[in-house]
Structures are given as C-alpha cells and as structure tokens.
Design a protein around this ligand. Structure first.
Ligand code: PLP
Length: 435
C-alpha cells in the first residue's frame, strides 16, 4: 500500500538529526507522523505529499481568519517592507490597544507580550504584587502555559490528583522547581464549594484565582451557570483578584472574549492566539490601578519583541475584520461550529458510537464516552483514548486535520461546504472504528 505521508516521514527522519525529536514543540510530535505542510488557503491546508485537508487545528488556535486572509496579508506585507522591530514606540501600538479597550470589558489598560505563557506570568506577578499574597489558585486540567509556576495539575492521573476536597499539586515536568507547589493552590473546577474550601485552607494567602473561562484545554468543558459569577463574588469577598486566561476564548467566543459573552468581568485577562491571526502576539488587559504597577508599583516587565510592529500590524488588520458589524464574522463562525457539532453527533449516533461533544461553536471537543455531561477534568479521565486515536487517524486519511486531543477549532472562513464535507468524512470515520 502506498504511504500517503511518505515525504513527511522522510523529512521527519532528516530533521531528527538536527532538531530534537524532529519537531519544534514536543506537543506536535504525534501520529501518524508529524506532518510537514507546504501551504494553506482559507480553511484548507496542503502537506508536502500533496494531501489536502480541511483544517480544524488552526495552528492550535491562532488562525481565526484561516490562511492568507487578504486583510492580514496586506497589512503584514506592508509592514514587512518597513521596520520589523523597533524596541520602541510606534503608531500601531495604541491603535491596537484602543481596539482592545473598545471590545474587552476589563481592558482599561493593555500590555503586549509575545506568547500566552509569558502573558500569564505577567498577570500572576501583577496579582501577587497588588495583593501582597503568594498563592495563585488554579484549577485542574487548565493550561496556563509551560512555565514552572503554571504547569501544575494540567494533566495527571486520578492517583496524582489526590482527593477532590484538597487536590494534590501534580507537577507537569521533570526539572520543574519544587517550590512551585508552595505558591499555588489547586481546586477542581465548576463547583464553588471547592473554591471556597481552598480559600479556607489558605487564609489570606490567595492572590488570585486564574481560570480558563471555558475549559478548552481539557475537553472544552463549559462553565456551569453561575460558576464564573460565583468566582467573581468569592474573589472580591476574599480580597483576591480574578484572572481569566482568554488565550483561547479571546476574540473567538466573542470579540469581547468570554468575559463579554458570560457577562463576568475579571480584574485581569490574558490573550494570545487569535489576536495575532497567525503572528506571535499576546497581551494582558486589566484595571489601571493593577496594570500601572508596571510603571509605578515596582513590578518588572520586559520583552525585546513586546509590541513589535509585525505582530501588531497583523493584529490591527485582524481585529478590524473581527470587530466589523458588531463581531458578525465570529457570530457566523460560532453558528457554523454549532451546526458542525450537530452533524458530528448525528453521524456518531447513526453509527452507534457513543460520544459527548461539548464546548462552543468555534472551539469544541469530541469525547468517546458514555457520560452525558462533563463538568471537570476528572470526568474526561474515562474517555476512550484508543477510539479517539483511531478516529483522528481515520479523519486524517479522509482529509480532515484535527488536534490530537479531539478538540476542533472553527475559523471565520470555514463555510457550509467544509461543514458538509467534514460531517460526511466523520460518518465514514465512525463507521470504520473498531467496536
Ligand atoms: C489558555 C491558555 N493559556 C496559555 C497558553 C500558553 O500560550 P503559548 O503557547 O502562546 O505560550 C495556552 C496555549 O495553548 C492556552 O491555551
């Protein structure tokens, strides 16, 4: 049988001799082979073997406008002929910051960084400095970047997680400093009692609660009604800050992020991925008295590429597209994503495959499980991973490119045609699964 991925495989073999593992991020080293890509247009990608895919990975999220969106190409090309980085101020910075202010409720002030991991570090430092407390309360299954202070209880087996009432700190990496555990408190998500309990366990120590407002990194689990509102109330009552990590939800669930969508305004929020529409850019947004600590409150913050004109030119163009007509592009994308979810549910049911699909239109996950609802990371520990792997592999062979955890991102340039093709590919993929 001919190998559909032969060129990717041979490039990987070559790359192994120069790049660690042949990849630039171990997260990307997944089956059947880490594909090498040649080109992309709109919602479609082409690999080096000439295979075409409808893409639902979107570069792990950033490509909210698909590939080669004319407005982004035009802005970046113009900037590419100019200066790529000044390490100083330029006109596009306040333009983009003002767009944040207009769309994101907590964005009274904005600071630009380059990656989501970095933005989270800044937000946590600000929270610790502002409150004079040391611990950040984070929830199981949430991903806030790969740094020592944040990569805690993201993944973990039931044994590592410990009891529901007082979860253990599950380290995410060898080499991580052990005292990261002294500056964190872990709770399960989607239950206010668990959060209250941790505030009681660490009286006067919790500087902030950080949460993905939708648990996108572990199965796209939605917050239960009242949960985010409850977090807002509890943090206020305890004199702690509320940080929404909107690296995924920002300019995806809504132009105002999850905070606008759910009507709960945090003190600080982090952004990344979609805001640069494919260029590296992240941001922290928040209230002036907290954010100004970087200028007058002794909080150090730096970054050679912060606010660089290439990334901001892309963001400036992308935010114009996303914000036009009250965010119509995202409204349409989220609607199409819901249609896709319905199509996938029907195709699975038709083939007798139990699945649970959750999330919102432009970011959702398929779980191979008998469970009818998902509330926390612990609920997805029972997912049938072999079946997920077989499904993703079958979809890849059908020309549908998915992330390895079953998550799907829908962009503003996916259309009904792509949705139809994807549902019929899924029908065949479900039918092919071992029973
Ligand atoms: C919610 C969230 N926060 C932070 C990060 C880290 O962002 P980056 O990979 O740009 O460092 C991610 C990345 O996936 C994320 O999903």
């Amino acid at each position: 049988m001919s190998d559909r991925y032969a060129t990717s495989r041979s490039l990987l073999e070559r790359a192994r001799h120069s790049l660690t593992g042949g990849v630039s991020s171990p997260f990307r080293a997944y089956f059947p082979v880490p594909l090498y890509f040649e080109d992309g247009n709109g919602p479609r990608l082409r690999d080096v073997d000439g295979n075409e895919y409808i893409d639902y990975a979107l570069g792990w999220g950033p490509n909210i406008l698909g590939y080669k969106h004319p407005a982004v190409v035009e802005a970046v090309t113009r900037q590419a002929r100019g200066v790529h980085t000044y390490g100083a101020q330029h006109r596009i910075e306040p333009e983009v910051a003002e767009k944040f202010q207009r769309s994101v409720p907590c964005a009274e002030r904005v600071a630009f960084t380059s990656s989501g991991s970095e933005a989270v570090q800044l937000a946590m430092r600000l929270a610790r400095a502002y409150t004079g407390r040391k611990r950040i309360l984070k929830c199981e299954g949430h991903y806030h970047g790969w740094m020592d202070s944040a990569l805690l209880s993201y993944r973990g087996t039931a044994a590592q997680l410990g009891s529901v009432d007082a979860p253990s700190v599950a380290f995410g990496s060898k080499g991580q400093v052990a005292n990261a555990a002294d500056n964190i408190a872990i709770a399960t998500w989607n239950g206010l009692e668990a959060i209250e309990k941790r505030f009681a366990d660490f009286p006067g120590e919790i500087a902030a609660v950080i949460t993905e407002p939708v648990l996108c990194n572990s199965g796209c689990i939605m917050p239960e009604p009242g949960f985010l509102e409850g977090l807002r109330e509890i943090t206020r009552r305890h004199g702690a800050l509320l940080i929404f990590d909107e690296v995924i939800t920002g300019f995806r669930i809504d132009v105002g992020g999850a905070q606008k969508h759910f009507g709960v305004t945090p003190d600080l929020a982090t952004f990344g991925k979609a805001i640069g529409a494919g260029m590296p850019l992240s941001a922290v947004a928040g209230w002036p008295d907290i954010m100004e600590m970087m200028m007058t409150g002794g909080v150090a913050f730096g970054g050679t590429f912060n606010g660089n004109p290439m990334s901001l030119a892309a963001a400036n163009a992308a935010l114009d597209v996303l914000m036009a007509n009250d965010g119509a592009a995202l409204v349409k994308a989220n609607r199409l994503g819901c249609l896709l979810q319905d199509g996938l549910r029907n195709a699975a049911a038709k083939n007798g495959i139990p699945v649970h699909i959750c999330g919102f239109g432009t970011a959702f996950s398929i779980h191979f499980t008998e469970l009818a609802e998902m509330r926390t990371y612990r609920d997805m520990l029972g997912d049938n991973k072999e079946r997920l792997t077989a499904y993703i592999r079958a979809m890849l062979d059908e020309g549908i490119y998915l992330l390895p955890d079953g998550r799907m991102y829908v962009s503003c340039v996916h259309g009904e045609q792509e949705i139809r093709e994807t549902v019929s590919a899924a029908d065949r993929a479900f039918a092919s699964l071992p029973r």
